[in-house]
Design a protein around this ligand. Structure first.
Ligand SMILES: CC(C)(COP(=O)(O)OP(=O)(O)OC[C@H]1O[C@@H](n2cnc3c(N)ncnc32)[C@H](O)[C@@H]1OP(=O)(O)O)[C@@H](O)C(=O)NCCC(=O)NCCS
Length: 329
């Protein structure tokens, strides 16, 4: 990527809905307790969208902030990518809804489905388009309303998920900065470990699919955990190799926020001290595509990176998929 036009992050914004669902709230809903949730996952609370909020509403709030921080308006955008598994509806895409609301007239707009890896997939897609000269300024958003596809009678999953949106503007940056490498991948054979079976062309929505809870997230937690620990290690090592760097070059590690134990195992593998790792899973839980951008944007807001710092992002999720990137801030 070194001889191409340098492309990086030129604006950031995030949004989480107001309502907070705590572990003690969940104790009243299912057979669980705060001690179990905190010790197994690190999660203390999560934000939940209001009944009248859809994914595009969360994404819109994050997008407005990202545009403002880049000193832009919607009309400066020529590409909008929304990574989500909870679009407002099957179609039109959530990106098209945003394109209209933001006044990004004529901008290309599409959704991208790579579950919790979606934001990194989106960054790689936008970067490639901009490096090729096809577009100049892209809005990349990870946004999800997992509360809409969570079964709040299933303690195995309902404690894990939350809602939110994180947005960045991707565009040309000064020489030496920007994205240095991506490592995207998938293991489709593991798709059934983490999925929603109903509502698509294989199993269209019916009274029976609703009755059988086929529109909620199903997850084999133990198997997904093993996959996560494995690919967090392999993807980070591979992306650093592609960037011609090693782990000692990493100034800030921004991992997918699914479970603090998965983050800790990656930290150990990379031998990273706590101050170089962004962890906010205790506040937001797993927000799928929004997880990495929420962590990245929060770290930026807290002044945790300065120009020239090397930021390593890595995510994993349904598909199964993974995505890692090295970004010089
Ligand atoms: C889901 C996860 C937290 C479970 O943690 P774990 O340590 O693997 O726990 P186990 O699955 O071994 O379950 C242990 C016991 O706790 C129980 N349990 C599950 N959820 C519980 C809850 N919310 N409260 C109390 N007990 C719970 C289980 O029923 C099981 O009981 P059993 O042994 O009697 O069957 C963990 O597997 C995980 O994080 N997986 C990856 C999830 C992930 O990252 N998903 C998103 C990918 S993007």
């Amino acid at each position: 990527m070194n001889n191409l036009r340098p492309v990086g992050v030129i604006g950031t914004g995030k949004y989480v809905p107001e309502k907070i669902l705590t572990n003690s709230d969940l104790e009243k809903m299912v057979d669980t307790n705060d001690e179990w949730i905190v010790s197994r996952t690190g999660i203390k609370e999560r934000h939940i969208a209001a009944p009248d909020q859809a994914t595009s509403d969360l994404a819109y709030e994050a997008a407005l902030k990202a545009l403002e921080s880049a000193g832009m308006t919607g009309s400066d955008l020529d590409l909008i990518i929304v990574a989500t598994i909870t679009p407002d509806s099957a179609f039109p895409s959530t990106a098209c809804i945003l394109q209209d609301k933001l006044g990004a007239k004529g901008a290309a707009a599409f959704d991208l489905s790579a579950a919790c890896s979606g934001f990194v997939y989106g960054l790689a897609t936008a970067t490639s388009f901009i490096q090729s000269g096809m577009y100049n300024n892209a809005l990349v958003i990870g946004a999800d309303c997992l509360s809409r596809i969570t079964d709040y009678t299933d303690r195995n999953t309902c404690v894990l998920f939350g809602d939110g949106a994180g947005a960045v503007i991707v565009g040309e940056v000064p020489e030496g900065r920007g994205f240095k490498a991506f490592d995207l991948g998938a293991e489709g054979a593991g798709g059934s470990l983490l999925q929603i079976e109903g509502g698509g062309s294989r199993l269209p929505a019916s009274a029976e699919t609703v009755e059988n809870k086929k529109h909620y997230i199903y997850m084999n937690g133990r198997e997904v955990f093993k996959f996560a620990v494995r690919v967090m290690g392999t993807a980070t090592i591979e992306v650093l190799r592609k960037a011609g760097m090693d782990r000692s070059d990493v100034d800030l590690f921004v991992p997918h926020q699914a479970n603090v134990r998965i983050i800790q195992s990656a930290m150990q593998r990379l031998e990273l001290p706590e101050e170089k790792v962004v962890v906010n899973v205790h506040k937001y839980a797993n927000t799928s595509a929004a997880s990495i951008p929420l962590a990245l944007v929060e770290a930026a807001e807290e002044g945790r990176m300065k120009a020239g710092d090397t930021v390593l992002m890595v995510g994993f999720g349904g598909g199964l998929t993974w995505g890692a990137s090295v970004l010089v801030w």
